[in-house]
Every structure is written in structure tokens, then in C-alpha cells.
Design a protein around this ligand. Structure first.
Ligand code: NAD
Length: 420
């Protein structure tokens, strides 16, 4: 067992395609097509900073596949964003929309920046100029961005506004995850975290683990981690640990997630002076805690060769994209730990993004109940299909999800044919 060096998410994504394609016995030409991203746009663009200086940023928009519909995927603001990461994330979006069976392809975008060190005005300047640079590439029929790490409804509002100004009329369908006031959908903000909870609930049912009293560990406390933690707590589970990029907090009796998240919002840290929700713990220790459900909901490559043998959870529900490497996957599978893979577990976000886009195009509004009911139905169906395939093919849930997602894209490609 070799030691993993710096893990490139694109190598991980490619390896996953190869595993699924081999089992599906796909035409090598089609495999070659889906191993490649269709279009990649890299832009270097200026933005004005508060001190009057001009800074050059590098951003990307990658469209992996549009065979089943317009490309769809979030925009990430993070110092480590690079082209390979965005390509991998775009590829995962293609499989995810396919697993959920919604009529989209896959895309992703990102800007290399440190949003924690930027003012709101600087973020707005950077976002608007980035949108200007990629405007010819995106659009409601072409490619529809959404939030991802360190982007939020406000950023989506700037995207919608800039694109609309360039077009000369309002185009709410160009982006999802918008504020409600601008054509955002009810239920979009909580959709990914809720989806993590729904798929975990299905997995717990399958494994006969009662959710009431189950010990849950969540890495990351942003949109996905924070919201899923609250759903678990509401269902009677005990969230025993949660973290942010700096540290984690652990309480074997269960945390009050609302007050932990309130502390994070108020003081920008989980353990502010004078608060005592639990004990400090590192992100590495958190992943290895004895628990029933582990939810990695931060970044890629968290469960690797280094720690896979030490994971004690009964199931892992991947809120983040690509948190487990293929080598770690094999260990996790051999150890009998049940995985709800990212392209299924976090598909709730893109599913409600699809609802938002449909509402924008049709200029109508759905109720929260309608959205919740449709989301639950789609995710339960997808979970059932992946589980069925995993049992039929005697493979893990990740391979089954990839087989389902990639199989649908391959079939759509075959039906459309290769032009000319
Ligand atoms: P977010 O910006 O709302 O939150 C990110 C969280 O990760 C924060 O709590 C941050 O403190 C934590 N974090 C950052 N670096 C970390 C590190 N090195 N170690 C531990 N924690 C760290 O982002 P999000 O939208 O919640 O996205 C989290 C993950 O979920 C990403 O992998 C993203 O691609 C995936 N995802 C998000 C959505 C969505 O709708 N937002 C949908 C599908 C998948």
C-alpha cells in the first residue's frame, strides 16, 4: 500500500470513470468522449481593490458534458481552485444530474482567490468582472452556474444582475441559488443539506440503524454541513462533532447545532471565548471518531490511504464532492462501511436548482411543500436505483452510482450519435 502524494481530483474522477466503464462494457470511443471535458475556459481578469490597486484574478468555467441538457454546476471561490479541480468537479456534476435523472449536463467554475480576506465590494467587483469574462459561455439554455464553496445567494444575485445588464433584460434563469426576491426557489438554500439527510435516512433504513440517538459527525459547517447537521438533530440523532476550516468541536452527549452555528456566524469560530459547547478537536481527529454516520461536507480528498483504516463510522454520507479517494474507497468497502456517494448524497442541491430553473423559465412559483415533496421523491428513487444496482452487480454504492450516471450519459451519447 503506497503512500498517497498530492491527490489530483481529476485523476480520481478519471479512475472512477474507468472502473464504471469497464463494468458497463462501454464502447471505448464513448468512454474516451466522456473522459474528456467538452469545453474549458480560463480567464485572467482585473478587479479594483479597496486600496485603489488593480488585482488580476484567474478564473475557470468548464463544461464537461451537455448531451442530456444544458451544463449545470456551481462556482467556487477558494485559493486552491485550479483547472484540474474544476474539470473533476464538472465531471462529477454530469454523473450527478444523470443519477438524479434531471435534464442537465455537468459544468463547474471557480476563481482562485481568498474570499475571507476580501471586502464585500472587492468580492462584488471580482464577481461582476468574472461574469463579464464568461458571459458568452453561460446562459439559461447553455450553462447555468450555482453556489459552491464560499459563494452564496448574494454572489448569485451579482451574477444574475451582470448577465442581465449585458443582455439588456432580466435573465433569472442564468443562475440558480439566487435570493428569493430575484427568482430564487423556496427550499434551494437548504436543498443540499436536506438531500444529505434524506439519503442518509434511506441508508439508515437499509442498514437498520435507528436515526433516533444515532451519533453523527459532520466535517464542515457551511451550507451543506451546517444544514444537514440541523436535519439530523431534528430527527433525534446526536451530532457529536462538527468543524470548520480551522478546528472541530466534540461533545459525546450531542451538540446543540443551532447554538454552535450561531456562534460561528457571530464570532467567526466554533469555540468563541465564553462559550462551552464541547471540546476542541482537529479535523483529522474528527474524521476518525467513533460514530454511526460520518458526513464529510467540506472539500475533496479527506478520506485517503492515510486514515481510511481508522474510520469508525458505520456509514459515510458524502456531502462534499470527492471527499474519498479511490484507494480509500477500496479500504472502506472491504471494511464493510456503507457509503452514500457524493453524486447521490449531495444531489439535492442540483435537483432544487433544476426546480428553480424550471420556475424561472415558466415564470411561475412552486410552494415549499411541492418542492420538498418532489425533492424527496427524486432522491428516494435515485437511492433505490443505486442500491438495487449495487445489489444486482455486487458492487459498492459508489461504483453503482457511477454505473447508473455514466451509463445514462453513454446511452444518450449513443442515441444522439457523433456529428457529423
Ligand atoms: P460553504 O462555503 O458553505 O462551506 C464550506 C465549509 O467547509 C465551511 O464550513 C468551511 O469552514 C469548511 N472548510 C473549508 N476548508 C476546510 C478544510 N480544509 N477542512 C475542514 N473544513 C473546511 O460550502 P458548501 O456549499 O457547504 O460546500 C461544501 C462541499 O459541498 C463542497 O465539496 C461542495 O462542492 C459540496 N456541494 C455543495 C453544494 C451546494 O449546494 N452548496 C451542492 C453539492 C455539493
Amino acid at each position: 500500500m503506497g503512500q498517497e502524494k498530492k491527490i489530483n481530483p481529476l485523476d480520481v474522477a478519471m479512475k472512477q470513470v474507468d472502473i464504471a466503464a469497464e463494468r458497463l462494457k462501454l464502447d471505448p470511443g464513448i468512454v474516451e468522449k466522456i473522459r474528456h471535458t467538452q469545453r474549458e475556459l480560463t480567464v485572467h481578469f482585473p478587479a479594483k481593490m479597496d486600496d485603489g490597486s488593480i488585482k488580476i484574478f484567474t478564473g475557470y468555467r468548464v463544461q464537461h458534458n451537455m448531451v442530456r441538457g444544458p451544463a449545470k454546476g456551481g462556482i467556487r471561490y477558494h485559493p486552491d481552485v485550479d483547472l484540474d479541480e474544476v474539470k473533476a468537479l464538472a465531471m462529477w456534476m454530469t454523473w450527478k444530474t444523470s443519477v438524479a435523472n434531471i435534464p442537465f449536463g455537468g459544468a463547474k467554475g471557480g476563481v482562485q482567490c481568498n474570499p475571507k480576506k476580501m471586502s464585500l465590494r472587492e468580492l462584488e467587483n471580482m464577481t461582476r468582472r468574472f461574469v463579464y469574462e464568461i458571459a458568452m459561455f453561460i446562459g439559461p439554455d447553455q450553462d447555468i452556474p450555482a453556489p459552491d464553496v464560499y459563494t452564496n445567494p448574494q454572489v448569485m444575485a451579482w451574477i444574475m444582475d451582470t448577465y442581465s445588464i449585458l443582455k439588456g433584460y432580466s435573465v433569472p434563469g442564468v443562475v440558480t441559488g439566487k435570493p428569493l426576491e430575484l427568482g430564487g426557489s423556496l427550499g434551494r438554500h437548504e436543498a443540499t443539506g436536506k438531500g444529505v439527510f434524506i439519503t442518509a435516512q434511506e441508508a439508515a433504513k437499509h442498514l437498520k440503524i435507528p436515526l433516533k440517538g444515532a451519533r453523527v459527525v459532520v466535517q464542515g459547517c457551511g451550507n451543506v454541513g451546517g444544514i444537514s447537521a440541523q436535519y439530523f438533530e431534528k430527527a433525534g440523532a446526536k451530532v457529536i462533532a462538527i468543524s470548520d476550516s480551522k478546528e472541530g468541536i466534540y461533545n459525546p452527549k450531542g451538540l446543540n447545532t443551532s447554538s454552535v452555528l450561531e456562534c460561528k456566524t457571530k464570532y467567526y469560530c466554533l469555540l468563541a471565548p465564553g462559550t462551552k459547547h464541547g471540546d476542541k478537536i482537529t479535523n483529522e481527529e474528527l474524521l476518525e471518531l467513533d460514530c454511526d454516520i460520518l458526513v464529510p461536507a467540506a472539500l475533496e480528498n479527506q478520506i485517503t490511504l492515510k486514515n481510511a483504516a481508522q474510520i469508525k463510522a458505520k456509514m459515510i454520507v458524502e456531502g462534499a464532492n470527492g471527499p474519498t479517494t479511490p484507494e480509500a474507497d477500496d479500504i472502506i468497502y472491504d471494511r464493510g462501511i456503507f457509503i452514500v456517494p457524493d453524486i447521490l448524497a449531495n444531489a439535492g442541491g442540483v435537483t432544487v436548482s433544476y426546480f428553480e430553473w424550471v420556475q424561472n423559465l415558466q415564470e411561475l412559483l412552486w410552494s415549499e411543500e411541492e418542492i420538498s415533496e418532489r425533492l424527496t421523491r427524486i432522491l428516494k428513487k435515485s437511492f433505490g436505483e443505486v442500491l438495487h444496482l449495487s445489489q444486482k452487480e455486487k458492487v459498492g454504492m459508489r461504483t453503482a452510482a457511477l454505473m447508473l450516471g455514466i451509463g445514462r450519459v453513454a446511452e444518450a451519447t449513443r442515441l444522439r450519435g457523433i456529428y457529423p
